[in-house]
Design a protein around this ligand. Sequence first.
Ligand SMILES: [Zn+2]
Length: 134
Amino acid sequence: MTPTPDPAIAAALTRHGLDPDSPRGRDKATPTRCPHCRHQVLVGLDSDTAGLTATVDPGPITASDEATALLTGRRTYRLLAYGRRLVIRDRSHWQITAQPPSTHHIVAEHRCRQQLAPPPTPARQEDDSDRPPY
Ligand SMILES: [Zn+2]
């Protein structure tokens, strides 16, 4: 099943200079919503060769969150931008040790109603008109 892009996530990614609709690469992460809990998620292959489908919460996690995720059996991934293409990459135990979440955008495998970090929020549009709202 092809995931349906979520406009709020796509807008947040675009704000950060990423193109969620880029046609390049079969392994690009696609912003969508979980079909079970409707939470914002990213879905993509976790490797460019023989990748497995990964569904992750897009919000970056801390080192403490990563420890919690690993201790509860959840995988963690690194979110990378290749140009304007966003990809999900599996983390080995060496990478977990050498590349802490404070230096990279690390995300956790999605589990319904168990988010470790808040999802990205779309930019607020300031109303600079002098007219009252009535
Ligand atoms: Zn879910």
